[in-house]
Each structure stands twice: as structure tokens, then as C-alpha cells.
Design a protein around this ligand. Structure first.
Ligand SMILES: O=C(O)CCC(=O)C(=O)O
Length: 239
């Protein structure tokens, strides 16, 4: 369905964002939601504004003890890898976020534990992903979040300058790299509906126009990344 990723480049965004609508089918979307929902209860981590599942291991500055991804996720890490956006790498880490309507994630950067490409499959509902310019004073520099493994950025001060937003529809894939990965913070406002404004720069091929309001429902996102630094455990549990 995606012969040339360049056809999906968001031209109105800084370098580089690709937005691929209908990257997966409705059946695949349902299958993935069912898989997420049938994960064992302890797999969920409840945060104040969303809950999440971590697959592939816990990223750590000393190295992630890599765990094999389940088949249902591996299929999609390979499907994303086939686009070539990770070069020869195959993503080895997936963060599943679940947002009820009204929930979101504070502006944050994904940081140095990951290869600087992030890909996201959206399931169940649209959302608006907002991008903010880095505006750090010295205190913010000191507390800037060094990419916690679950992307929880509660220690980071809110950043004020909203530059643009991307509308992420269910079943779409978003790819962010280059400046869009390194020079901007991204976040999702805690709201139950989204107004499409001229800051939403990827609506040209969609059925929406400026002034539309979209009500959110429960959204699940699969954030698919590559963690370069991994550690292998031996049979005795030693690194
Ligand atoms: O749910 C999303 O699309 C964003 C998730 C995110 O920013 C993260 O996991 O770091």
C-alpha cells in the first residue's frame, strides 16, 4: 500500500514527518486492540493521565535487557521496518499507550535511549499530536527529561510555544525523524474534543477542514522504536 514513503511526507511540517493513512486495515485494527486488551493485567502500568504496556524490555542508559516481542507486535515492527525508515534496523521496542477521552501526554522528547526515529500506529480514535519548540531556560535544561522508558514526562516543565499539530486518524502510521525528532517536543492535550485549526498541517488529503470539531474516544497507540543499546542475560540471569 505504500510504495514510496516520500509520497506521504508532510510538506508543511519541518523535516521530517510522514503520515500514512490506513497503514493497517479495520480487521488488523480490531485484532491489535483485542491483543492489547487481552494482555495480562500486570502488564499494564497506570499513570495519572493514561495507562501503558511496555514490550521489548525496559530501555536503560546501561542497556536494555531485550525481551522477544510477541508475534502480534513483531509482525508490525517488520511492516514498519519494510518502509526503510529505520535503515537496516528492525524496531525492537513497542510502547502501547491507552488514552481515554480527556487524557493525554505532556510535551516531551523521546531522548537518547532510542534510535532517533519514532513510528506510531493509532487505533480506535483520532488524536491531535501537538509540537512545541524547545524553549528551555537553565532550570529546564537541568530537569529536562532524559527519556524515561515509558515517555512519562511529569518532571518536565510545560513548554509554551505551540508550533503545529498533526491529526492522527485511527489505522494511520506516523513517522518522525530528523528535526521533528530532535528539535521539537510532542504532546497530546487532555481534552475530549479537538478543534481543527490552521495549525493542523496534514489535513489536505482528509475529509476535514478548519473549524471542524472532532470528539475523541478511547485511543490506543503503538509507539514502535529501536533501542540500540541492549544487554543479553546468560542462563543464570547475569548480564
Ligand atoms: O500516543 C502517542 O501518539 C504519543 C506517544 C508518545 O509520545 C510516547 O510514547 O512517547
Amino acid at each position: 500500500m505504500c510504495d514510496n514513503i516520500e509520497d506521504f511526507k508532510v510538506k508543511e511540517a519541518p523535516s521530517t514527518a510522514y503520515y500514512i493513512p490506513n497503514f493497517i486495515s479495520r480487521d488488523e485494527e480490531k485484532y491489535l486492540i483485542d491483543q492489547v486488551n487481552s494482555a495480562p493485567k500486570p502488564k499494564w502500568k497506570q499513570l495519572s493521565n493514561r495507562r501503558l504496556q511496555n514490550w521489548g524490555g525496559q530501555p536503560h542508559p546501561k542497556g536494555m535487557i531485550a525481551e522477544k516481542l510477541p508475534k502480534w507486535l513483531e509482525v508490525y515492527t517488520r511492516k514498519v521496518a519494510d518502509l526503510g525508515v529505520f535503515g537496516d534496523l528492525v524496531p525492537n521496542h513497542v510502547l502501547v499507550n491507552e488514552y481515554q477521552s480527556g487524557q493525554g501526554i505532556m510535551p516531551h522528547e523521546d531522548g537518547p535511549l532510542f534510535h532517533p526515529v519514532v513510528t506510531t500506529i493509532s487505533l480506535g480514535s483520532h488524536t491531535l499530536l501537538d509540537f512545541y519548540q524547545h524553549r528551555r531556560d537553565s532550570t529546564q535544561e537541568a530537569t529536562a527529561h532524559q527519556s524515561t522508558q515509558d515517555g512519562d514526562s511529569s518532571s518536565e516543565k510545560p513548554v509554551q510555544h505551540h508550533v503545529l499539530s498533526l491529526l492522527l486518524q485511527p489505522r494511520s502510521l506516523l513517522v518522525l525523524k530528523d528535526d521533528m525528532y530532535t528539535s521539537y517536543l510532542h504532546g497530546i492535550t487532555e481534552t475530549t474534543s479537538d478543534l481543527i485549526t490552521d495549525k493542523v498541517v496534514n489535513i489536505d488529503r482528509m475529509d476535514h477542514s478548519i473549524g471542524d470539531t472532532l470528539d475523541r474516544s478511547c485511543r490506543i497507540s503503538l509507539t514502535i522504536r529501536y533501542v540500540p543499546k541492549t544487554l543479553k542475560m546468560n542462563l543464570f540471569g547475569k548480564r
